[in-house]
Ligand binder design. Sequence first.
Ligand SMILES: NC(=O)c1ccc[n+]([C@@H]2O[C@H](COP(=O)([O-])OP(=O)(O)OC[C@H]3O[C@@H](n4cnc5c(N)ncnc54)[C@H](OP(=O)(O)O)[C@@H]3O)[C@@H](O)[C@H]2O)c1
Length: 229
Amino acid sequence: MEVNKDTTEPYLSSPIPAITARWWCKDTVAIVTGANKGIGFSMVKQLAQLGLTVILTARDVEKGKKAVESLKNQGLFVHFHPLDVSDPASIRTFALWFHKKFGVMDILINNAAVSFNDLYENSVDHAEIVIKTNFYGVKLLTEALLPMFRRSDSISRILNISSRLGSINKMRNPTMKEMLQNENLSAKQIEGMVDLFLENVKNGTWKNQGWPEIWTDYAVSKLALKCVF
Ligand SMILES: NC(=O)c1ccc[n+]([C@@H]2O[C@H](COP(=O)([O-])OP(=O)(O)OC[C@H]3O[C@@H](n4cnc5c(N)ncnc54)[C@H](OP(=O)(O)O)[C@@H]3O)[C@@H](O)[C@H]2O)c1
């Protein structure tokens, strides 16, 4: 594949390949969660620049509308709908609106996530909301939207934004690690792992159970996400 030297980032081990064939068009529909700022906003902007139909979603209506407005000021038009991925009712409302307005989608970017730890901290005070947002939020939203996926080998894709902290090698519990590496791993087992983690947090035993050492709740949420899809 041809390599575009202009897009070669110095910190990547291999250069970014140039896009050699245009596989999308203005009817290619992409949804991005948690897109009022950060990486999500940046992805919406790039997709809009490429000419796709983009739905920017955000849990906060004002922040979402402000993001849409700032893109409009740059000559980019994107659609907006509120979406709180930690709230099943919000997911249902979004899915119904999306179905009525667009009917089909091609790309889902599960970007929204939370973490409450500062750099050298490891508190699990917010473990429940971290798991509810970063793992169950992605799972529920994806399940709600899957029936609307326009399946195409060349276009359809679901992009789950994970983290290196969610790598299997961060898991220190040998039994759990073995389970995660089993090729027959089921969604039920992953949910069981997540529930066990939350139980350990509740009864105060989480520190001795071999869970990931850094940003434990965030790492468990991203690890579960990586394994479930
Ligand atoms: N930045 C990094 O170094 C890094 C590294 C590895 C992985 N990641 C992953 O990359 C993704 C984006 O990270 P980022 O750095 O851009 O984070 P960010 O700037 O904190 O943005 C997170 C976005 O998610 C939204 N969000 C949080 N909870 C939500 C919910 N319940 N429903 C809907 N939206 C929600 C936030 O909305 P509000 O503005 O309302 O809070 C915000 O728009 C995340 O999945 C993160 O885990 C980031």
